[in-house]
Design a protein. Structure first.
Length: 75
């Protein structure tokens, strides 16, 4: 299965330089990791565990989704 992942740099004020958030919109999951690759690996691990937990409880695993990313500039 494929899932869209949105990456967002963790703000410097949070004291985690070089870290990125990884959001998986179709599952409403968010994690973080060091650098882009670290964030993607954390997202991969989280989605895998999430799906395994769903299956273990006889629940339906959410299907993959398409995502469109847009940026808004507000003055």
């Amino acid at each position: 299965m494929k899932y869209a992942v949105m990456l967002e740099r963790v703000p410097e004020a949070e004291g985690m330089p070089g870290f990125f958030y990884a959001h998986v919109p179709s599952l409403s999951l968010t994690t973080h990791g060091s650098g882009i690759e670290g964030a993607l690996e954390a997202a991969r691990d989280l989605v895998t565990l999430w799906n395994e937990e769903k299956r273990a409880h006889g629940e339906t695993v959410s299907s993959s989704s398409e995502a469109i990313l847009a940026t808004l500039e507000i003055a």
